[in-house]
Design a protein around this ligand. Structure first.
Ligand SMILES: *[C@@H]1O[C@H](CO)[C@@H](O)[C@H](O)[C@H]1NC(C)=O
Ligand SMILES: *[C@@H]1O[C@H](CO)[C@@H](O)[C@H](O)[C@H]1NC(C)=O
Ligand SMILES: *[C@@H]1O[C@H](CO)[C@@H](O)[C@H](O)[C@H]1NC(C)=O
Ligand SMILES: *[C@@H]1O[C@H](CO)[C@@H](O)[C@H](O)[C@H]1NC(C)=O
Ligand SMILES: *[C@@H]1O[C@H](CO)[C@@H](O)[C@H](O)[C@H]1NC(C)=O
Ligand SMILES: *[C@@H]1O[C@H](CO)[C@@H](O)[C@H](O)[C@H]1NC(C)=O
Ligand SMILES: *[C@@H]1O[C@H](CO)[C@@H](O)[C@H](O)[C@H]1NC(C)=O
Ligand SMILES: *[C@@H]1O[C@H](CO)[C@@H](O)[C@H](O)[C@H]1NC(C)=O
Ligand SMILES: *[C@@H]1O[C@H](CO)[C@@H](O)[C@H](O)[C@H]1NC(C)=O
Ligand SMILES: *[C@@H]1O[C@H](CO)[C@@H](O)[C@H](O)[C@H]1NC(C)=O
Length: 620
């Protein structure tokens, strides 16, 4: 029957995303009704098979050669933790180290899991400051193991004091979802080494405040307070929801930077593929995530927009087709990017010793977005009070164009948006009067096509996220940096009903995270090009993938003045087909096992910035 087959196809369209929607319902808003009661996967797994190592392709962290001093800060089994308080541990700074100053601090998350489990989002907070947002790997019956290393040197000031460590990983264990995550978190502290990690590179404190390796003197959590039965993130449920946090800063701040952590779940896990509401209504779709494919996270300060974050499209380890992410995980999935926003121009409004508020919201949001932030502050040791004034603050309203063209379930939708936010302000400290200009220029385009009577979807999206900061003293330049990020995404999926309660889905994917940094004069600082391609096939019954195949290819290229790293890798059906690593500038190396960090001569970038500082700011 024609009409019922149409409905069937439409419900298949629902299935396209719902496989994930179901998955993320389990991840965040678990309800008994979402669960399977039956289980036909043997839990008596073969313990003799070694666990599969899952990993995200990323550059190694450059550390000094000296042995680090390491702390085990948490060892915990995350079993039924959903809706429970975060796991807490007392953190005390390392007392057994022979050194008290650190050139590098590295967080290491290592976890194992066996059985069946969904991908779970989790966060790690120290004193309410988020230091890692990540997603678990989905286990196999024979077990998996994975490690995430993150450079957390920028949180140095927190790590030198006693703190409460909080980890929230909402997991659920029952007869079907058997996976328990066994987690160890270590922090490795590396001693200071000559010329390493901002040590002695800048003699001027002001210069160091703007250095990319700079560590704030104070970091305030812009997150929810403990105790909680959940993560410390705020949960933004819809487009009108604004989550507020009151805070107060010391009166001798001379630089402020807000670091925002964002992740999206449930109906917005795949926001970039959400359909326009007109299409949903016209096709009588129910339970299909809508509001179109554009989202922007807005940060308000005392009610005014101060920044926009157009997030990278992280695909979690169960997303699109879980077989794509075994063993190579999706870009950013094990270490979600955070977004830095220069707020120094707004210090003029914040140095009054009074309370202020940040607000987080997401335009067009569906439930749910997990958002919180860290406010990094640099303090003037030589004064109890700095002065500041906001000179200029311009927020363009987003210019959005939408072109919807559909007949029945087939159609083409083009969405384009641009936005800019700029601010300027001066701060008078013991370093003199510095004027800071901060700009964000963003553009977005999304071309979505529905075909095969609504059972296939193609998404072609690109986000351009430019930001720049210029700091100058009188007419001379103190610091400048420009970051150009581009996030390309291509996603094709097609779903075919098998007529017996199962469906077959194919998906092709291209996911890119590119970031180029220059100083304000256009001199190169660093470049990252990171692109993943995936082709997946799966047969799904209920929430279970009953068979399928995933193939992934990734090309990662990073270079700056101290590190060159590239890796070209591909996998299919859990097996690495090729893996070519180059870890030296200009030289070739072909084994991923033999990664050794190398140090290169004095970075040219620093040398030139240094000379700018001296030439232009002799009087600082
Ligand atoms: C698309 O679905 C509609 C509604 O069920 C049906 O009438 C039409 O025949 C289908 N078209 C194709 C090409 O399958
Ligand atoms: C930090 O915690 C340790 C261990 O609990 C305790 O001995 C020490 O006194 C604390 N330090 C401060 C400054 O509170
Ligand atoms: C949006 O979310 C907030 C917070 O959960 C809720 O209070 C409000 O009713 C929601 N608004 C709409 C229109 O659903
Ligand atoms: C949607 O529902 C309305 C009313 O129930 C009906 O008239 C219309 O034909 C339906 N449209 C489709 C595409 O099924
Ligand atoms: C809308 O799509 C149809 C085919 O699906 C095409 O023929 C038509 O030119 C499109 N219209 C516009 C304005 O793009
Ligand atoms: C970002 O910067 C690049 C290089 O300056 C420029 O080509 C591009 O148009 C900018 N994008 C936006 C959205 O401003
Ligand atoms: C469903 O049907 C397809 C094709 O007819 C078949 O290959 C598959 O094994 C069936 N699956 C189940 C679970 O019955
Ligand atoms: C999907 O990927 C396969 C294998 O690379 C390719 O043959 C096919 O053309 C792709 N299809 C689309 C629509 O991207
Ligand atoms: C994947 O690998 C398994 C065992 O390694 C094999 O049994 C299976 O046939 C492979 N699947 C495909 C689609 O190649
Ligand atoms: C690459 O690795 C293979 C096997 O691991 C080895 O035989 C070969 O000599 C290596 N090639 C280079 C250029 O190092």
């Amino acid at each position: 029957m024609a009409s019922s087959s149409f409905l069937l196809l439409i419900s298949l369209l629902l299935l396209l995303l719902p496989f994930h929607s179901d998955a993320d319902l389990h991840k965040t808003r678990l309800r008994q009704s979402d669960l399977f009661s039956e289980s036909h996967v043997s839990t008596t797994a073969d313990h003799s098979t070694p666990p599969t190592v899952f990993f995200e392709v990323t550059k190694p962290i450059v550390t000094p050669k000296a042995k680090p001093c390491s702390l085990l800060v948490l060892h915990h089994d995350f079993a039924y933790t959903y809706g429970k308080p975060p796991v807490l541990a007392d953190y005390t700074p390392p007392s057994h180290c022979s050194f008290t100053k650190f050139s590098k601090i590295v967080l290491e998350w290592k976890a194992t899991c066996r059985g069946r489990q969904f991908d779970r989002i989790f966060g790690v907070w120290l004193g309410g400051v988020e230091i890692l947002r990540s997603c678990t790997a989905e286990p196999r019956a024979t077990g998996i193991v994975w490690t995430v290393q993150k450079d957390i040197t920028r949180y140095n000031s927190l790590l030198s004091k006693n703190q409460t460590l909080a980890v929230y990983l909402g997991n659920l264990v029952d007869k079907t979802y058997t996976g328990i995550y066994n987690v160890k978190i270590h922090i490795h502290f590396y001693p200071e080494e000559e010329g390493f990690g901002g040590n002695g590179v800048y003699s001027e404190k002001l210069g160091s405040a703007y250095d990319s390796d700079s560590r704030a003197d104070l970091i305030l959590p812009i997150s929810r307070n403990l105790p909680l039965n959940d993560g410390l993130w705020f949960e933004v449920q819809n487009s009108t929801d604004v989550q507020l946090k009151e805070f107060e800063i010391p009166q001798n701040v001379y630089r402020a930077l807000l670091e925002v952590y964002v992740s999206f779940h449930e109906n917005d896990e795949f926001w970039y593929s959400n359909l326009p509401n007109d299409y949903i209504v016209a096709n009588n779709l129910t339970d299909t995530p809508g509001n179109g494919p554009f989202r922007e996270v807005l940060v308000d300060l005392d009610g005014d927009i101060v920044a926009a974050v157009w997030p990278f499209t992280v695909i979690y380890t169960g997303g699109v087709n879980p077989l794509l992410w075994r063993p190579i995980s999706g870009i950013g999935s094990f270490n979600l990017p955070s977004y830095d926003i220069e707020l120094t121009p707004f210090l003029g409004n914040l140095l009054d010793g009074k309370g202020h508020s940040f607000g987080f919201r997401v335009t067009h949001a569906l439930n749910v977005w997990f958002i919180n932030a860290n406010l990094h502050l640099w303090l003037d040791d030589n004064s109890v009070k700095t002065e500041a004034k906001l000179l200029n603050h311009i927020v363009s309203s987003p210019s959005m164009s939408q072109d919807l063209n559909f007949t029945g379930a087939d159609g083409t939708f083009l969405t384009k948006v641009t936005r800019s936010v700029s601010s300027a302000g001066w701060v008078k400290s013991s370093f003199g009067t510095i004027t800071t200009l901060s700009n964000q220029d963003l553009s977005y385009s999304n071309l979505m096509m529905m075909g095969n009577n609504g059972s296939s979807q193609t998404v072609n999206q690109e986000i351009h996220f430019n930001s720049s900061v210029y700091a100058k003293q009188e007419s001379s330049h103190v610091y400048s940096s420009k970051t150009l990020k581009t996030f390309p995404l291509y996603m094709y999926s097609n779903t075919i009903d098998q007529g017996n309660g199962s469906y077959r889905s194919i998906a092709n994917l291209t996911l890119g995270f590119n970031e180029k940094k220059t100083d304000g004069l256009g001199s190169f600082i660093s470049s990252l090009k990171n692109v993943q391609n995936g082709q997946g096939l799966m047969v799904v019954k209920g929430n279970l993938v009953t068979s399928g195949l995933g193939s992934t290819q990734q090309d990662y290229r990073y270079y700056d003045d101290v590190q060159c790293y590239s890796r070209s890798i591909s996998s299919s059906n859990y097996t690495i087909l090729h893996d070519n690593v180059k870890n030296m500038c200009g030289e070739k190396q072909n084994s991923s096992e033999s990664l050794r960090f190398r140090r290169w001569p004095i970075p040219a970038r620093r040398a030139s910035l240094d000379s700018n500082l001296f030439v232009n700011n002799g009087h600082v």
